[in-house]
Design a protein around this ligand. Sequence first.
Ligand SMILES: [Fe+2]
Length: 145
Amino acid sequence: MNENLIKAAKIGFASQFTFYLKAAFFHWNVEGINFQELHALFETIYTEVYGTVDEFAEKIRTLGGYAPGSNSRFNVLSTIEDETQVLPAEQMIQELLNDADHMVIVLKKVYDMAEEAGEHGFSNFLAERMDAFRKHAWMLRATAK
Ligand SMILES: [Fe+2]
């Protein structure tokens, strides 16, 4: 059991969960002339991210760790900053874009540790997550222009 890898995996997992929650929060509360487009864009993103939450948790179990699943643990572990304010639409796009870029960096650290540990099933999963967050960043960046 690789304690350092499990710890890093929990940080990546909690960060992804917080990212999911923020994208859903923005989906629910976005306002403005581009409401329909942004409402749909945030839904596309949170649906994709949420769709891999269960697999991510079970990867942590496979490594021998316990998957966090409470708000207080997510608050401690997540590297994505919690958002409580309903922001103007442009700020929602910019913040989620910054977070998507950040997710790639956070997951790359876990990826490198998984590769080092010979956990190639997990690193393959993380490579796919990094690709997905790069795609989310692209869509948000293109929307922000
Ligand atoms: Fe909805």
